[in-house]
Design a binder for this molecule. Sequence first.
Ligand SMILES: N[C@@H](CCC(=O)N[C@@H](CS)C(=O)NCC(=O)O)C(=O)O
Length: 213
Amino acid sequence: MKLHTYPTAPNPRRVHLYLAEKGLDVPCETVDIMTRQNRTPEFMAKRNPLGGLPVLELDDGSHIAESVAICRYFEVLHPEPPLFGTSAEEQGRIEMWSRRIELNVARPVGMVWVHGSPFTKGVVGKQLPEAAEQNRGIVKSAYRFLDESLAQSGGFIAGDAFSIADILALTTIDFAAGLVEIPLDPELRELNAWHERVSKRPSVQQHPAAAPR
Ligand SMILES: N[C@@H](CCC(=O)N[C@@H](CS)C(=O)NCC(=O)O)C(=O)O
């Protein structure tokens, strides 16, 4: 088994945080996104036709891509501590929040990144500054929603226990603040307090976000 990864990028970082929370040690091979090693015809044919990282190579030579799918694979093999919930209610709630983070935060952050950053000029055919601005607003309102929701929750994104939803939120927010120039507004007190709290976890200390450029 081998994890093909670029540890500081937000989607691979999800898996590294997840594995660290579980205490699992998986052999890793770094694939350099900067020089587009994940986009070579060989990598795409052999590992992931969509080119994205991370990709988990299994012992039989097959592959599982998609960060959350990789975490789910490990969750079945190593259910403790549960990061996707155990009861029907916990699982439903964690999934609800994970979908909200993916669709309402990570996706618009990605849009600001591809349409608004000088580092991604070559990624989309033509950058649309209006798309970047519109999505920046969507991210800000999603952050307000998270802030209000955290005031009602038990301290974590999906309730009173750390879960995959916290991992998705943290990696997205750190990426947005570090590389996409969407800082956390200090007025969002609950969200900032949550961020400070989860950032102290050993898993996060072990796998910090990419340094801002
Ligand atoms: N939905 C995928 C997204 C994978 C993805 O886009 N990964 C980024 C790194 S955060 C990547 O490989 N970017 C470089 C590229 O697509 O060429 C997942 O959750 O794993």
